[in-house]
Design a protein. Structure first.
Ligand code: ZN
Length: 397
């Protein structure tokens, strides 16, 4: 009885502080709300998860988009309300706020930061965990890929949850090698840039085909689902999401699945600057930059990088990317760290110039098509400017 009262008080106080935060213009209020809830009831996450059917979504790239996609698919195909976070808050405070939301639907789709996944797995007792991929991130975030893979490997030893993984990623295969139930999805293999050696035994991985193999047995388990090799990153994530939705009880026919994969959501938003339209990729780390660069077809490109909080103040990750696809194009760098990007590109022999703002960079081009790749806060600034909101962070005008 006392435990229930404590939780109810914590949730009420969290709701009020969240509302206050929004009123004071300090963001959506989720993180503050969650912090208040957890300060008043340290067991709130476990209590709020009890009796619910929860999916956790984690991985380096595509977490927020895939979480939203899965929530939408579950709503459409299972015909029930789904609790989820719209903002991408994926640490304990954000997760507590999401679970406290009313109505507390039976289904909850929860995005989870890689480093918190073992803890949230224990506290939320999810039915399904979707692991999208593991690739190099900014150093301040999760450190080495191997570290995350080992952390997960040590945590996932029970058989009370079903994992859905892209088994072409050897780090994910290692992460779930002690887990009881795994749906392995394969896209006919593809080389992982950080997996020269085996995540399990450190021997040299055999990549003589497009797939990997090791004498220790890593990669020997056959896939449960085989999907098209030609799918891009967002489409591959959608295949995993569909498998998770099916495990949650959604009936998705084959042609409906194909339709969902064809319409896979991507992090591209078309901004307008000076009357010109600029399809813009949000890219936050080396792997998402690689994917974004692969999508750049225009000969005129704007790159915008900041180094605030969530972007990481350390821009060394820029050196983990191969920019060869930009050769021969006209590239303009902007954002607070435009000189870092410009120097990195010049080392690779790519001609660049710099501009003081996104709008000015676009103005330098006299015609379309123009494409852009921007870091997280640069993207938020563009969205805020589009909505007429002042960010107070030297927003891109
Ligand atoms: Zn091995």
């Amino acid at each position: 009885m006392f435990s229930k009262l404590r939780l109810a008080t914590a949730c009420k106080a969290g709701e009020l502080s969240g509302r206050l935060s929004i009123k004071l213009g300090r963001g959506r209020g989720e993180t503050l709300s969650g912090r208040v809830i957890l300060a008043l009831d340290t067991h709130a996450i476990s209590k709020l998860s009890a009796g619910r059917d929860i999916v956790l979504v984690s991985g380096t790239n595509g977490k927020t988009t895939s979480t939203r996609n899965l929530a939408n698919i579950l709503r459409d195909f299972a015909g029930e309300g789904v609790s989820t976070s719209e903002s991408g808050a994926n640490m304990p405070a954000g997760i507590a706020a999401l679970l406290a939301q009313l109505p507390r639907n039976r289904f909850a789709v929860v995005e989870c930061d890689e480093m918190y996944l073992p803890e949230m797995y224990q506290k939320l007792s999810p039915k399904v965990i979707v692991l999208l991929n593991l690739s190099r991130d900014q150093l301040h975030r999760t450190g080495e890929v191997r570290k995350v893979s080992n952390l997960w490997h040590q945590a996932f030893t029970n058989d009370d949850v079903t994992f859905v993984i892209d088994r072409d990623d050897p780090f994910l295969e290692h992460a779930v090698s002690q887990a009881g139930h795994v749906i392995r999805v394969s896209f006919s293999g593809r080389r992982h840039p950080d997996a020269a050696t085996c995540p399990n035994c450190a021997a040299i991985l055999d990549w003589s085909t497009s797939d990997y193999a090791c004498a220790c047995g890593l990669g020997a388990k056959l896939p449960d689902v085989r999907a098209d090799k030609r799918l891009d990153g967002p489409q591959r994530n959608t295949v995993l999401v569909i498998e998770a939705a099916r495990l949650m009880g959604a009936e998705i026919l084959a042609d409906e699945a194909t339709d969902l994969i064809n319409k896979a959501p991507d992090r591209i938003h078309t901004f307008t600057a000076g009357g010109k339209v600029v399809p813009t990729h949000l890219a936050k780390n080396p792997e998402s930059w690689r994917q974004a660069l692969g999508d750049v077809l225009a000969d005129q490109v704007v790159l915008s990088v900041n180094a605030r909080g969530i972007d990481g103040r350390d821009t060394s990750w820029l050196w983990d990317i191969d920019y060869a696809k930009l050769r021969g194009k006209r590239v303009i760098c902007t954002g607070e760290r435009r000189l870092d990007v410009a120097y990195r590109l010049s080392v690779q022999g790519i001609e660049v110039s710099v501009a003081s703002s996104f709008a000015q960079a676009v103005e330098e081009f006299t015609s379309e098509p123009i494409q852009a790749i921007v870091s997280y806060t640069a993207y938020q600034d563009l969205l805020a400017a589009e909505l007429g909101i002042t960010t107070g962070n030297g927003g891109v005008q």
